[in-house]
Design a protein around this ligand. Sequence first.
Ligand SMILES: NC(=O)c1ccc[n+]([C@@H]2O[C@H](COP(=O)([O-])OP(=O)(O)OC[C@H]3O[C@@H](n4cnc5c(N)ncnc54)[C@H](O)[C@@H]3O)[C@@H](O)[C@H]2O)c1
Length: 287
Amino acid sequence: MTIRRVAVIGAGTMGHGIAYVATAAGFDVRLADADPRTLATGIRRIQEAFDKAIERGKATPETRHAGLARLTSAASALEAVQDADLVIEAVPERLELKQSIFRDLERSVAPTAIFGSNTSSLSITRIADGLRHPERVVGLHFFNPVPVMKLLEIVRGERTSDTVVDAARAFATSLGKTPIVVRDSPGFATSRLGVVLGLEAIRMLEQGVASAEDIDRAMELGYNHPMGPLRLTDVVGLDVRLAIAEHLHATLGDDTYDPPALLRRLVSEGKLGKKSGQGFYAWEKDR
Ligand SMILES: NC(=O)c1ccc[n+]([C@@H]2O[C@H](COP(=O)([O-])OP(=O)(O)OC[C@H]3O[C@@H](n4cnc5c(N)ncnc54)[C@H](O)[C@@H]3O)[C@@H](O)[C@H]2O)c1
């Protein structure tokens, strides 16, 4: 199964990044968004990403020009998927929305076209429910910022075919990403492990084991993590982490994921981390 044409549905934080890396890697990309302004912003951010790549010596004006010539802004998701070999959705994290987009688009794609979902927590098996070809659905979990983060977590749903998983691996490699393949299970590999560390660090802070700075330094200097778990929680967003912890607690039934009171309190006070200006640390507020 050869992938040449990629449709990306959703041009927000993740969608525009995915469209950029695919365009830069030589794929023909069509980008769509329900909101025309977000689509225009997404295209502009892709142009800026090429500019940055030129500054860093990773692209030339010629490769930028050729890359942007492969990128099309589509007026609708339906238009974007015409002739697509791979459709990647990066729309908000709502099961019914992702299901309805794939159901609507399935009528307009070839039986062999792959449907990739960038969900960070939803079940790939459930997203594929109701499709004529559920074997075509696979999780393609990119990380933010997409051009920088090396990992692509491929999630195999209960009915995902081997051919589709193999094609997803090849796609990851052609983007310069390193793929891992994970069975469809709550939190996949990344959130399930990462959240444990983050929640335990919060419990340690609650219990006065050490300061936030020192808990973070323990992992940064003792374990070579590029960023400590509390600072990372601030970057991700305390509300986002709380929602994931609640989801994992409910689905895995393991108290390891029971959100600590300190996390709930900070979220209820609007201390959401970097984006709000205050979390475990004080930040310059996002503009
Ligand atoms: N932000 C992150 O750090 C991150 C990391 C990994 C995975 N994810 C996942 O990626 C997905 C997208 O997240 P995001 O942060 O890019 O969200 P976002 O809000 O920045 O972008 C979502 C976009 O989808 C568009 N959209 C909504 N409904 C649509 C429709 N029916 N058709 C076409 N476009 C539609 C919206 O207009 C918006 O521009 C989510 O599933 C999220 O869980 C996010």
